[in-house]
Design a protein around this ligand. Structure first.
Ligand code: FBP
Length: 554
């Protein structure tokens, strides 16, 4: 029996991603030119010490030229790493079409289940029959993904062995900050070991926090933000129609609040919390709760006992006292992992943790509801990150705002009604069919990765630029991975990692939001973006995020 596919899937199968002008020329007419040497803005000496062989390389630019010398069949490996993001499959189809442009006998291998697939030799050859059904589809199910770190000597050696066994000219790691840190480590190791496989990263994450001046955005951010904005717009309209609920919507974004900011710009909700602003203003949990309760009160005085509040997933780590608590917990859990895992009851876990925490953090920990305490103690991912998507910050805020309003009611300060509902939008957006922007962008990323590989470039991440312009005007190239790194504490130890790009409070997107938010508080100035459009006029179906447009307008 043939598998049923949706009408949209059928129609999207024949979508031809729009290519930047330079990539339309084909490999025989492209050169890779060196731009200026790129170094990390901070911790350069330390990073150079750790990555002596790949540090200090140049920014790479694709330009008109004579193509690589001795064009021959090449072998590439590809791996999807970390959380799903719309467009991952198109990076792979871009790589596939790119290697066939280099030579029809070129081969592509997909490592299954994330980085672990490399060091455990779980791979599959990706043929035309295999990849074609995945063109322009969402998800990472073509080869799967995972969050394993490549760090132990035996893992590095196993990666070397499989790359040599498959005679890989390049390994393309499609991932976020942690996965591209893996790519940097592997690139350095391969150069040291004389392994001829280049390691090339591709910027992926719906969170939008893998970017800088050269990498304008990570793929998936466009589609995911648009899916959430559609849902938020619908909720705003429901709220305004029913006039009886306050909707608290937590939005994915493990650290940075880029998704929340983009969704705010697209939908104009009544309250929007931006984690980076909370940190900059040193706001305590109590102050955040009070600021929300104030808006609920003011709206109720205008007869509006409804509204919409956006909460970024990463908020919890931006609240200064909770940030210190989490850092202490990370260290305690890393240092005492074996013993902690033997503690059977939550009460005993609480007691153990409270003994180890500083006095201030112990007070903060004890003041949090038990369900949040349990979530804070849950297992970290293999990179030592707290899994913030599991922390019900939206519910914590609802509980605390309800308590504050109840007190104000007794004092006669609040006379309205507060019926809150909690939502979490995250997984709903990560595997959506990629928007035209993401379908085009990811395909271009894949094609560019092949050009860099054909020119033997290693230790770099693909950069496709000028993204607020039509795709034909996009530029393509690469940036040294080490130039994106800094030193951060991981599992309680200073570690070189790709630096996350947080929301800049002096950046254009935040400023545009800050200029309007007051007006959104009391007025119901909601905007309803509706679903992503895949067909039709470019001004409806090809528009990039407001974030990109505002950032690139400068
Ligand atoms: P990446 O950084 O790997 O792209 O993942 C981002 C993300 O979607 C976050 O927004 C979220 O906190 C996390 O993944 C959820 O992880 P998991 O898929 O392991 O539940």
């Amino acid at each position: 029996m043939t598998k049923e596919t949706s009408a949209l899937e059928k129609a999207r199968a024949s979508y031809a991603p729009k290519l930047p002008g330079i990539l339309k020329k084909g490999i025989r007419n492209i050169a890779v030119k060196n731009g200026k040497v790129a170094k990390p803005p901070a911790d350069a000496a330390k990073i150079k010490e750790i990555f002596p062989l790949t540090f200090g390389s140049a920014i790479l630019k694709l330009a008109k030229g004579a193509g690589p010398e001795n064009l021959r069949a090449i072998n590439l490996g590809v791996v999807l790493s970390g959380g799903q993001a719309p467009g991952g499959h198109n990076v792979i189809t871009g790589i596939f079409d790119g290697i066939k442009d280099v030579h029809p006998d070129s081969r592509l291998y997909g490592f299954k289940g994330g980085p672990k697939g490399i060091f455990t030799e779980k791979y599959i050859e990706l043929t035309a029959d295999f990849v074609n059904p995945y063109r322009n589809t969402g998800g990472f199910d073509m080869i799967g993904s995972g969050r394993d770190k490549i760090e132990k000597p035996e893992q590095l050696e196993a990666c070397k062995n499989v790359c040599q066994k498959l005679a890989l000219d390049a390994l393309v790691i499609i991932g976020g900050d942690d996965s591209n840190t893996n790519a940097a480590v592997l690139a350095e190791y391969f150069v040291k070991e004389n392994v001829r496989t280049c390691v090339i990263g591709v910027p992926k994450t719906i969170d939008g926090d893998l970017k800088n001046e050269v990498i304008e955005t990570s793929f998936g951010y466009d589609t995911a933000s648009k899916v959430y904005s559609e849902l938020i717009g619908n909720i705003c309209r429901d709220s305004k129609s029913a006039k009886k609920y306050w909707h608290f919507i937590k939005l994915m974004g493990r650290s940075a609040s880029h998704i929340t900011l983009e969704c705010a710009l697209q939908t104009h909700p009544n309250i929007v919390i931006i984690g980076e602003e909370v940190k900059a203003k040193n706001m305590t949990l109590q102050q955040i709760v009070e600021s929300i309760a104030e808006v609920v009160k003011k709206r109720s005085e205008e007869g509006k006992n409804f509204g919409v509040c956006l909460v970024p997933e990463g908020l919890i780590e931006f609240i200064p006292e909770v940030r210190i608590l989490i850092s202490e917990l990370n260290k305690i859990l890393a240092d005492h992992a074996a013993y902690f895992n033997t503690i059977r009851t939550f009460t005993d876990q609480q007691e153990f943790i409270n003994q180890k925490l500083s006095k201030d953090s112990s007070y903060v920990f004890s003041s949090l509801p038990a369900h949040i305490q349990q979530e804070l103690l849950a297992v970290r991912d293999s990179h030592g990150n707290l899994q913030v998507s599991r922390i019900e910050t939206e519910k914590l805020l609802i509980e605390q705002v309800s308590e504050m309003l109840a007190e104000w009611k007794v004092e006669g300060k609040f006379k309205g009604k507060f019926s809150p509902l909690a939502h979490f939008f995250g997984y709903e957006g990560r595997c959506a069919p990629p928007s035209n922007f993401d379908a085009d962008y990811t395909y271009a990323l894949g094609r560019t990765a092949v050009v860099l590989a054909a020119f033997g470039k290693t230790g770099c991440i693909v950069a496709v630029q000028n993204l607020s312009a039509p795709a034909a005007k996009w530029k393509a190239g690469g940036v040294p991975l080490t130039s994106l790194m800094n030193i951060e504490e991981r599992k309680g130890k200073p570690t070189p990692v790709i630096k996350k790009a947080l929301v800049q409070l002096d950046g254009a997107p935040f400023k545009a939001f800050a200029a309007q938010r007051e007006q959104w508080t009391l007025n119901d100035d909601y905007v309803y973006p509706g679903p992503i459009q895949y067909f039709g006029k470019a001004d409806v179906s090809d528009v990039p995020t407001k974030t990109i447009v505002l950032e690139r307008a400068k």
